[in-house]
Design a protein around this ligand. Structure first.
Ligand code: NDP
Ligand code: GDR
Length: 372
């Protein structure tokens, strides 16, 4: 039975990858951080009681900032595949916590690679690094492919640039099977609530049910190439099954604006929006609505405004990937479109908003976090 170790198993991708590998028959080990509240919601449905025999999902406490912890876990587990998905992954937060972001995202990658080398696991453990389209930042070529020069625009992207090159360097220096997946944005109902797509689907679903008054956004002109996390974790595994380790761009090759994503979400909730005003004065007003879907909304309601606190000190305005290498060499094509993904996300967030609204109607008020 193959063994995989996933850092970041409690995150969006980690949870889908764990499901995928369990289905393939792997023994899956994941590193979770100690937190003062439970933080395993995304993997609770695949949790296996450690008291039961032949249990194949095993969670270990750990942290990418802790060298001895990582080294000990690698020595104990001796994994065939290591997926380094753990990261401080929020671009805007990286401007607030640049040093921590570098420690986890850049040095954390080095710590893992060094542990593999130190333990003599170079020939056994294959290594996947969660690289990112943020490396392209201020884009030098459109669409972006494996050969496009990098120009990172945030502490997050600079840290990930180090991680990218140290992965290449350990492959070339020590013969480790190590590769970078340069993944463009990918989302799902499990996406963290403060990333833009989930903020929109959750926020507008809450507004539809009267749980939030208005959505406050940053740069809604930003253009992204959005795919579904389920399609992208399949590719992470495929990259480790080749004869030679190589780096791949993973993207859909289609691009939309944040504004378009707001329109799609509103349409899923039966709201037709009109955008008016410019710059920080821009707003979205409801012109038509079906109250069976969105009982708390009426025509004339302003459901989106701009709040400059969501602008970034340096912005990545546009990203569009060219996934030809992945298609030609690995036969990978994304199966879920951005619109289908939006439909799924809205449906899940609406279910949750309806549950909260129902409880509220019965006097069981639950706090709704409005933090963006
Ligand atoms: P998430 O933010 O959902 O998950 C990040 C994971 O990393 C969580 O499990 C988190 O733990 C863990 N983590 C954070 N800090 C540490 C630390 N110090 N030590 C150990 N683990 C830590 O990210 P995604 O699942 O969306 O992304 C997975 C990876 O892919 C990340 O590296 C991200 O940068 C990269 N990426 C993501 C893209 C996307 O569009 N989603 C695109 C390209 C790259 P906890 O749950 O406790 O917070
Ligand atoms: P990104 O994702 O920065 O591309 O990083 P995010 O969803 O945070 O932002 C996408 C774009 O939307 C604009 N935006 C807003 N973003 C957020 N979060 N909140 C807002 O209110 C808002 N308004 C507009 C942003 O400015 C940006 O242009 C994600 C992460 O998953 C990274 O870890 C990963 O590496 C990259 O995708 C690829």
């Amino acid at each position: 039975m193959k063994k995989a170790l996933i850092t970041g198993i409690t995150g969006q991708d980690g949870s889908y990858l764990a499901e995928f590998l369990l289905e393939k028959g792997y023994e899956v080990h994941g590193i979770k951080r100690r937190a003062s509240l439970f933080n395993t919601q995304r993997v609770d449905h695949i949790y296996q009681d450690p008291h039961v025999e032949h249990q194949r999902l095993k969670l270990h406490y750990g942290d990418l900032t802790d060298t001895s912890n990582l080294t000990r876990l690698l020595a104990d587990i001796e994994p065939d595949e290591v997926y380094n998905l753990g990261a401080q992954s929020h671009v805007a937060v990286s401007f607030e916590a640049p040093e921590y972001t570098a420690d986890v995202d850049a040095m954390g990658t080095l710590r893992l690679l060094e542990a593999i080398r130190f333990l003599g696991l170079e020939r056994k453990a294959r290594f996947y690094q969660a690289s990112t389209s943020e490396l392209y930042g201020l884009v030098q070529e459109t669409p972006q492919r494996e050969t496009t020069p990098f120009y990172p625009r945030s502490p997050y992207a600079v840290a990930k640039l180090y991680a990218y090159w140290i992965t290449v360097n350990y492959r070339e220096s020590y013969g480790i099977y190590a590769c970078n997946g340069i993944l463009f944005n990918h989302e799902s109902p499990r996406r963290g609530e403060t990333f833009v797509t989930r903020k929109i689907t959750r926020g507008l679903a809450n507004i539809a049910m009267g749980l939030e008054p208005c959505l406050y956004m940053g740069n809604i002109d930003a253009l992204r190439d959005w795919g579904h996390a389920k399609d992208y974790v399949r590719m992470q595994w495929m990259m480790l099954q080749q004869d030679e380790a190589e780096d791949f761009v993973i993207a859909t090759g289609k691009q939309y604006s944040v504004r378009e994503f707001i329109r799609w979400t509103a349409a899923e909730l039966s709201m037709e929006l009109e955008f008016s005003g410019e710059g920080v004065e821009e707003r979205a007003t409801v012109v038509k609505v079906d109250n069976n879907m969105a009982p708390a909304v009426k025509p004339g309601d302003v459901v989106m405004r701009i709040d400059p606190r969501y602008f970034r000190p340096a912005e990545v305005e546009t990203l569009l990937g060219a996934p030809e290498k992945a298609r030609e060499k690995l036969g990978w094509v994304p199966e879920i479109t951005a619109q289908e993904m939006c439909t799924e996300m809205v449906s899940e967030d609406l279910k949750s908003a309806r549950r909260t609204a129902l409880l509220k109607a019965h006097g069981l008020e639950l706090p709704v976090s409005l933090e963006g």
